[in-house]
Design a protein. Structure first.
Length: 287
């Protein structure tokens, strides 16, 4: 993204793409009156307990209940991540101090924010209708060291890209799963469509700021930012393993189960396409 104002070209394209996808956020998903007990609410292959011996001890009703609770956890992680993202994006609108804060970029960011707010409604509605609540945000102290503006924005958009890539990875698996129930399938589908544009903006911001940071020879800051992004990536990986899910299912030793899932080689292998995709992207741009 070294060519001058290339990111503004991206912003204009994304504005056009967003405007072609207008929808009523409050009626986008057809929420079922009653969920289908014979269909998954979350892809079975990605249920966190799927590769542990305890999964074989669950009856069909418990496995279905686990799929619902895993969906609620996944959507809750999504909600909290998008709330934090919107809170960080809003002050950037028309500020015009850093890359991506100019009037053209800000017009796209407004659409970005609108779509994220729409997602929050869509996801929360599923959680409230079928579980009665959103899972609380699990505490994670996101370290925010003082860097140059370019590296601070690489860290911000880098973390955002990690989260959105993870969400999109799971969304895609759910959309392709013919055993998914109707409402859950629609939530994953619509989120996946919008996140493709959001990830394109993340990449434009990462690449433009990386080009500028390299020109300023900020290599030590870039190394520190990369380490922080790796820590955040591991946190996102572990977010799928929530002891509250296991407790709600009536299982004992929720923390022990979480530890076993996180350490599972089968789980790591399942998530490898996501982690390798991130590694390839950062390698390709020279980060």
């Amino acid at each position: 993204m070294s060519q001058k104002n290339t990111f503004q070209v991206v912003a204009r394209k994304l504005i056009t793409a967003s405007d072609k996808k207008k929808y009523d956020p409050f009626n986008r998903v057809e929420y079922q009156e009653t969920l289908n007990g014979d269909r998954w609410q979350f892809p079975e292959d990605f249920l966190s307990l799927r590769n542990l011996p305890i999964y074989g001890d669950l009856d069909d009703e418990q496995k279905w209940r686990l799929s619902l609770l895993e969906a609620i956890n996944f959507f809750s992680v999504n909600i909290h991540g998008e709330q934090a993202l919107v809170a960080a994006l809003e002050p950037r609108l028309y500020r015009d101090k850093r890359v991506g804060e100019d009037p053209v970029s800000s017009k796209y960011i407004q659409r970005f924010i609108h779509e994220e707010n729409s997602h929050t409604y869509m996801l929360a509605e599923f959680c409230l209708r079928y579980h009665g609540s959103v899972f609380p945000d699990r505490a994670f102290a996101v370290e925010q060291p003082k860097f140059s503006p370019e590296v601070e924005d690489i860290l911000f958009y880098g973390r955002t890209y990690i989260l959105e890539s993870y969400l999109g990875f799971i969304n895609q698996k759910a959309v392709k799963d013919s055993d998914m129930d109707t409402s859950a399938h629609q939530v994953h589908k619509y989120h996946l469509i919008d996140e493709a544009r959001h990830k394109a903006w993340d990449k434009a911001m990462i690449e433009e700021n990386l080009s500028r940071a390299k020109k300023k020879n900020l290599s030590s800051e870039l190394r520190a930012a990369k380490d922080l992004m790796a820590t955040y990536q591991e946190y996102i990986y572990q977010s799928a393993c929530n002891p509250a899910v296991y407790r709600a299912l009536g299982l004992e030793n929720g923390m022990r189960l979480r530890t076993e899932v996180i350490a599972s080689n089968e789980r790591r292998d399942l998530m490898r396409p996501w982690s390798e995709g991130l590694a390839k992207y950062y390698a390709d741009i020279g980060f």
